[in-house]
Design a protein around this ligand. Sequence first.
Ligand code: 3DU
Length: 221
Amino acid sequence: MIQRHTGLVLAFDVDWDVEKSIMFLNGISDLIDAVKIGWYQLLTIGPQGIKELTDSVNKYFLADFKLGDVAHINEYVVRKVYGLGINGLIMHAVAGRDNLATAINVARKLGVDVYLLISMSSGGELYDRNLDYNVSLGMSLGVSGFIVPATKPNVVRQVRSMVGSNYQLLSPGVGVQGGKPGCAIANGADFEIVGRSIINSESPRQAALNILNAIRNPISC
Ligand code: 3DU
């Protein structure tokens, strides 16, 4: 599980080299609880670059590969992710029980947390028609938590009321996509995931501090 200190997870969607990435992350590390990396960065610096990041930056790393393939491929990816020093992985609920179960078991044995994507910040209507099923699926498979969109506060509230306090809710869609900083947490999420509003800011630290201020003092959510 991600340890909550600030409630902020950085969506680190950049095409920077490893050196610049490490410098940036170390400069903001005290303000964030985890670094979410994804395809963009993997395809830029490669697995070796990701390994260098996890070795150099003392922070929880969450791999957002939105994994949703057949069972054996999911398992292969979980093992690779573990080898890169990554702590958590996001999987697509839409892959279904049979394709998720083995990989989630393997991840748990390796100590890699799985967070299940069950609603998207835009579109994703197939998910929203099956919310109850996907939440139950994740709980029965033993995930650590769920990805719920900041742009759909009613979904955040609904999922929190379904899962109680034993699962972490991570909420993307804050800032550029329209979610108001602080509101996902006010509605029941544990973490807000923010990328461009911080990364593209002229002062990323100040941008992160502003979001933390909104998390501590949410207004009109
Ligand atoms: O809009 P931002 O720049 O703050 O980035 C949002 C991040 O969250 C990005 O990495 C994207 O892949 C992820 N995400 C969503 O934006 C929406 C989802 O439903 C799930 C994940």
